[in-house]
Design a protein around this ligand. Structure first.
Ligand SMILES: [Zn+2]
Length: 134
């Protein structure tokens, strides 16, 4: 289900025709879905979450935990698959996370909240990811 490198869209117009309007808004315009509305908020199904845009494997269900924040939360990403970018929008210093392959927006990462031993929360929009059940 992963796109080959030569199939990756090169322009935002090419992404726009591949994605639904909501997917495009979140993945390519760094939008945020409303809390508690995403399809994976409470999902416990075992499997691997792929980038909704390009299909790259990003998160294992083994790292998903209940954060009660309204978005799917993972305390780790598959190594090298998620890149972090400083985000100073909304008057806050946050760290945006994007797919390392297609540069699509996933959500934000937070540290020091104490949810899990890894002390990290990748707060991800459901619409940015696709679960492939194990
Ligand atoms: Zn991607």
């Amino acid at each position: 289900m992963s796109l080959d490198d030569n199939e990756l869209p090169q322009t935002e117009d090419e992404w726009r025709v591949r994605l639904t309007p909501e997917e495009f808004h979140v993945l390519r315009e760094a939008g945020t879905e409303r809390p508690w509305t995403g399809e994976y908020v409470d999902t416990k199904t075992q499997g691997v979450y792929h980038c909704r845009a390009c299909g790259l494997e990003l998160f294992s269900s083994d790292t998903k935990f209940d954060s009660n924040c309204g978005w799917p939360s993972f305390d780790d990403a598959i190594p090298g698959r998620v890149k972090e970018i400083e985000d100073r929008s909304l008057g806050m210093a946050r760290t945006e996370i994007r797919c390392a392959r297609c540069n699509s927006h996933l959500g934000h990462v937070f540290h020091g909240e104490g949810f899990t031993p890894k002390d990290t929360r990748h707060c991800v929009n459901s619409v940015s990811i696709k679960l492939e059940p194990r």
